[in-house]
Write a protein that binds this ligand. Structure first.
Ligand SMILES: Cc1cc2nc3c(=O)[nH]c(=O)nc-3n(C[C@H](O)[C@H](O)[C@H](O)COP(=O)(O)OP(=O)(O)OC[C@H]3O[C@@H](n4cnc5c(N)ncnc54)[C@H](O)[C@@H]3O)c2cc1C
Length: 395
């Protein structure tokens, strides 16, 4: 049974605690850690289940558009992801993508865009996806080459996007493309592209360690109406980064969910496994490992909920979100690996929870900015702050 003491931390409000309790009970009834081979069908079913359970209302912002609240509640999103990840990696993935794929609309969309997409996302009637990465532009997002040129009042998209979660099952994609106002990150814009738009095709599906729908998209003369532009022209990088401020922090929360489940599994196994005339949990080497796991989880959780709390108070939290993501995903990897070790041969056996956690946790250190990229972000913000202080004469 998970230690829920973190729910009493001052970062959270009473309604967050109620949310966690209700979702945990719902997830216990509706979700399982293992899933079958047809992940497309399972994800579609999970979107419907999470939608009818009312949980996807937390993935979008705006009460008038199906959201639970007028603003995106980052702490609620984190709690949902942490809770779902404890029960099912695929359910966490499904919830996260509904939020990430529609986040730019919640944050920067016009009322027409919000009305057209958010209620369906919140109800589980439309599946969302976020298309930023390209074969030559992963960590280096500003190197993207996908183009959008204005022609006869429409934007025409040409290029390739890859690693797109929900690719192949999404109803619409939030696509970032170069509109050329300026070089690098300043010449990018964001567009909503419906999945059935002519000129958009699924160029290939990608299989990954923890299976979920993932694809490469190709745009060839794909015409998008002017009304599909999200935010201002040339501001797409800002749109992407603000969306990631919320969802990067939530990746940290998902990592916490996997780590907490791994700790629960470790406690269950070590207190029941008989060996050398005692239990595995009786040995000090085991206890040191359990202590390290629990301490790492709490440290990561403090950074995660600090970032979420700051984001909910308003403003950018680039540094704090990066610190949280970097720490939580690296910690979760160590915790899950430790759990596999404590389970011995069973730990690497298909069908065991810790074995699936081992596969689930790995990609989190890579997507939405690899650990090394988060390190760069933290350092850049530190240096910026230091130099700004020097200019003001603080030093
Ligand atoms: C399962 C999965 C789901 C994904 N879903 C989506 C999605 O829905 N939408 C989307 O747009 N993208 C998605 N991605 C893409 C993801 O964001 C990229 O994989 C990620 O940004 C890394 O880019 P890359 O794979 O091209 O690796 P590269 O950019 O080639 O980086 C490789 C490695 O280099 C290291 N590195 C990077 N920069 C530096 C540096 N400056 N200094 C030192 N080392 C560095 C890091 O270890 C990094 O992992 C997904 C990826 C995966 C694996």
């Amino acid at each position: 049974m998970s230690d829920k003491a973190y729910l009493d931390w001052p970062f959270l409000e009473p309604h967050h605690r109620v949310l966690e309790r209700e979702l945990d009970a719902w997830a216990g009834q509706h979700l399982t850690a293992s899933h079958g081979d047809d992940v497309d069908a399972e994800c579609r079913a999970l979107v419907v289940a999470l939608g009818s359970g009312g949980w996807l209302r937390l993935a979008v912002g705006g009460r008038d558009f199906g959201g639970q609240a007028d603003e995106i509640d980052t702490r609620a999103i984190c709690l949902v992801r942490e809770t779902l990840a404890r029960h099912s990696g695929l359910a966490d993935f499904t919830f996260a993508m509904q939020g990430l794929g529609s986040g730019a609309i919640s944050l920067y969309g016009t009322d027409e865009q919000k009305a057209a997409y958010l209620p369906r996302v919140a109800a589980g009637e439309a599946i969302a996806a976020f298309a930023l990465s390209e074969p030559e532009a992963g960590s280096d997002v500003a190197a993207m080459s996908c183009q959008a040129r204005l022609e006869n009042g429409e934007y025409v998209l040409d290029g390739v996007k890859t690693w797109i979660s929900n690719g192949g099952i999404a109803d619409f994609y939030l696509v970032f493309a170069r509109t050329g106002e300026a070089p690098g990150s300043r010449g990018i814009s964001a567009f909503i592209v419906d999945a059935d738009t002519p000129g958009l095709e699924i160029a290939g599906r990608i299989e990954v360690t923890a299976p979920h729908p993932l694809a490469t998209l190709r745009f060839t003369g794909c015409r998008v109406p002017r009304s599909g532009l999200v935010g201002e022209l040339g501001q797409g990088f800002k749109v992407a980064m603000s969306t990631l401020d919320v969802f990067r922090t939530s990746v940290a929360a998902a990592a916490l969910g996997f780590a907490r489940r791994a700790l629960d599994e470790s406690l269950a196994r070590t207190t029941s496994r008989a060996m050398f005339g005692g239990r595995l949990a009786d040995f000090q080497l085991t206890q040191a490992r359990l202590a390290e796991m629990a301490t790492g989880i709490d440290a990561a959780a403090l950074l995660t909920y600090r970032a979420a709390w700051l984001r909910d108070r308003g403003g950018r939290v680039t540094k704090e979100a990066a610190m949280a993501k970097m720490t939580a995903t690296e910690t979760a990897q160590r915790v899950v690996d430790g759990a596999v070790q404590l389970w011995g041969g069973l730990g690497v056996t298909r069908g065991q929870v810790v074995e699936s956690l081992y596969r689930e946790v790995r990609a989190l250190r890579i997507y939405e900015g690899a650990t090394e990229v988060q390190g760069l972000i933290v350092a850049r913000e530190l240096i910026k702050g230091f130099e700004a202080g020097l200019e003001k004469g603080d030093a």
